[in-house]
Design a protein around this ligand. Structure first.
Ligand code: SIN
Ligand code: FE2
Length: 205
């Protein structure tokens, strides 16, 4: 373990209390009924271990054509459901951004799912932060620097924790090494749901 060198990584442990987590989960599951979780393929043709869907005007997708944002669900062809109001409010309160998010990626981690070290760089303007909310089982999150070979450190993200990548950390490499199965009883069927809010399109003005 090495200390974090980025100044822009903010962890807000327990930002959502048990009631707020349960009510957000209800909002998420309601939307997942119409925008079902699916298993995306990497551009290289490998299935990812997480299941995904999105909320908001734009959703992040990956397939043989590459990584991108698009307004519709790749399986159903329907527009993505709206972003839950509680998440828009959270962004307003803690992200310090001048425009609302237009994309909320939903990742479900079950059965040993993980996420390799990567940067979030498919957005138009990196001056907008990335804000993520963890629900359910605790994750072992890894964060490094802008260069892939920069030293990394790991941080546990528990249900209700919020983390923000902004400033020097906006383009930091990050990933999920593993999820501690059974560490929470929040999600039906177990596992972890991560909700990532981003501004994908250029900001107004
Ligand atoms: C991601 O980087 O897309 C997901 C991070 C997380 O699951 O906490
Ligand atoms: Fe990411």
């Amino acid at each position: 373990m090495v200390p974090l060198t980025q100044t822009g990584f903010r962890l807000l442990p327990g930002a959502l209390d048990a009631e707020a987590q349960a009510s957000l989960l209800t909002e998420v599951l309601r939307r997942v009924e119409v925008a079902p979780l699916y298993r995306p393929m990497t551009p290289g043709g490998k299935p990812m271990s997480v299941e995904m869907t999105n909320f908001g005007p734009l959703g992040w997708v990956t397939d043989a054509l590459g990584y991108r944002y698009q307004p519709t669900h790749p399986v159903t062809g329907a527009p993505w459901p709206d972003i839950p109001a509680a998440l828009l409010k959270l962004w307003d309160q803690v992200a310090g951004a001048t425009a609302p998010p237009d994309a909320c990626l939903v990742n479900l981690y079950r059965d040993g799912a993980r996420m390799g070290l990567h940067q979030d760089r498919d957005e138009a303007d990196f001056s907008f932060p990335v804000l993520s909310v963890s629900l359910g089982d605790t994750a072992v999150f890894r964060i490094g620097g802008v260069n892939r070979r920069d030293p990394t450190t790991s941080v546990r993200l528990a249900s209700g924790d919020v983390c923000i990548l902004t400033g020097d950390a906006r383009l930091a490499h990050h990933g999920i090494d593993r999820v501690l199965a059974g560490s929470s009883r929040l999600t039906p069927g177990g596992g972890r749901i991560n909700l990532t809010l981003r501004r994908a399109s250029p900001g107004p003005g």
